[in-house]
Design a protein around this ligand. Structure first.
Ligand SMILES: Cc1cc2nc3c(=O)[nH]c(=O)nc-3n(C[C@H](O)[C@H](O)[C@H](O)COP(=O)(O)OP(=O)(O)OC[C@H]3O[C@@H](n4cnc5c(N)ncnc54)[C@H](O)[C@@H]3O)c2cc1C
Length: 389
């Protein structure tokens, strides 16, 4: 088995790392304090091809493989986790379904601009009443001549206040449950579209999470993505691949926390020695690195399965489950190694501790990932489930 990266993959990793170190790291504290969305920085990454990495050249993207994509997200999250959340949504949750289910006119209109980073995308599945239970959403879409009228509220929409296009899921046939769900490409300028409350969050403060309020929101019929009733299939297939990216984000964040901890362990003195000379600290660092490497292996394995067209099955759920829980163990140790300093808003590990917490929740909670893994193990058909992954 060959785990080595090719020259192009190494170049992507090194270029993104250089950019994040030089252009983003110096501003992370200010961005997080001010809840500032890093629009300019993301636009620069867009120029480097990072806003539409998986989109083929014919639609304006670099058409790269999933391994390159996870390397990019890992390098971004290593320095600024919130930015990797924005990139993961626009790259994978929005462009992949548009590529798979969109028609040529929709791709022409939206995919090119998304791939270049000219606009960002949002993915709006969660309702106030339904998160894990994706088929339980209550937003509706009713056909009215040449338009659909969308009604309802979407919550926790990443990029929702800064997006140029949003994929919104709503029920065209509420009586049909999950089979009555459809997907729509919605622009913020459409009549009846409004951005509601901004969530005041524990972490990832510079990634906006907002409510989207739809009051008879008028969406042209040609903006329906896929067929009526295909919404759940579109949502679940987007989340299937999206999990790999979130797992890569967890690995990057954990790597950043480990590097901070190694630096601190060498420099902090106690009892006349550097704390890195104490076995207790050494064991924490050793466990952190081992767990990160195990998670990276799961991420790269599922990315490789996807790229080689092999059955991915529950591999991306395993990567997401393990990596998201791993990063929470790693950041807790990082704070412990920093002692009181780790509890100060002045340190990166304090932010990392808060940023990591949501990773076991979004794009499918740990409980949902375990359901998917267990279903495969027990031979049930994961696709028959409406639980979001
Ligand atoms: C920062 C952030 C960003 C987000 N971004 C987006 C976005 O861009 N787009 C979007 O659509 N959504 C987004 N979400 C929403 C996210 O995907 C949901 O929060 C997530 O799917 C969980 O749904 P919920 O919060 O409604 O929890 P619930 O589904 O209510 O779950 C509550 C608890 O019950 C457990 N549970 C539920 N069902 C079962 C079951 N069958 N068996 C065992 N346990 C179960 C869950 O695992 C969880 O522990 C975001 C959330 C956050 C916090």
């Amino acid at each position: 088995m060959d785990f080595s990266l090719n020259d192009h993959q190494k170049l992507i990793r090194d270029t993104v790392r250089q950019f994040m170190e030089a252009e983003v790291r110096p501003n992370v504290k200010e961005m997080e304090r001010a809840d500032r969305f890093p629009a300019a920085e993301i636009a620069r990454l867009g120029e480097m091809g990072c806003c539409g990495m998986l989109t083929p050249e014919e639609w304006g993207g670099p058409g790269l493989d999933t391994i390159s994509y996870v390397l990019m997200l890992e390098e971004v999250a290593r320095v600024h986790c919130a930015m990797s959340t924005a990139l993961s949504v626009t790259n994978s949750a929005v462009q992949v379904p548009l590529l798979m289910f969109g028609n040529n006119a929709q791709k022409q209109k939206y995919l090119r601009r998304l791939a270049s980073g000219d606009i960002l995308g949002s993915f709006c599945l969660t309702d106030p009443q339904a998160g894990s239970d994706a088929a339980g959403i209550q937003a509706t879409a009713a056909r009215d001549g040449g338009v659909y009228r969308l009604n309802g509220t979407k919550t926790w929409v990443t990029n929702g206040s800064v997006a140029g296009v949003l994929i919104i899921f709503a029920k065209t046939d509420p009586a049909a449950g999950g089979k009555g769900m459809s997907a729509f490409l919605v622009e913020p300028g459409f009549p009846g579209f409004r951005v509601g409350r901004h969530e005041y969050k524990m972490g990832q403060r510079s990634s906006p999470s907002v409510e989207i309020i739809l009051s008879n929101c008028e969406v042209p019929a040609e903006n329906r993505l896929g067929a009526e009733g295909e919404g759940l299939k579109i949502a679940l297939s987007a989340l299937d691949g999206g999990r790999i990216g979130i797992a890569a984000q967890a690995v990057g964040l954990a790597q950043g926390a480990l590097e901070e901890s190694v630096k601190y362990a060498k420099q902090r003195k106690a009892f006349g020695k550097s704390i890195g000379e104490f076995q207790a600290i050494q064991w924490m660092l050793a466990d952190m690195q081992t767990e990160i490497e195990a998670a990276r292996g799961l991420v790269q394995h599922s990315a490789w399965l996807k790229d080689s067209g092999k059955k991915m099955g529950a591999a991306s759920s395993k990567a997401k489950l393990y990596a998201s829980e791993m990063v929470n163990r790693v950041v807790a140790k990082a704070v412990q190694i920093h002692g009181s300093v780790g509890y100060s808003r002045e340190t990166d590990v304090e932010r990392m501790y808060r940023d990591a917490r949501v990773i076991t929740i979004y794009e499918g909670t740990s409980e949902v990932q375990r359901m998917i893994i267990a279903r495969e193990l027990l031979g049930e058909d994961a696709k028959s489930s409406a639980a979001r992954g």
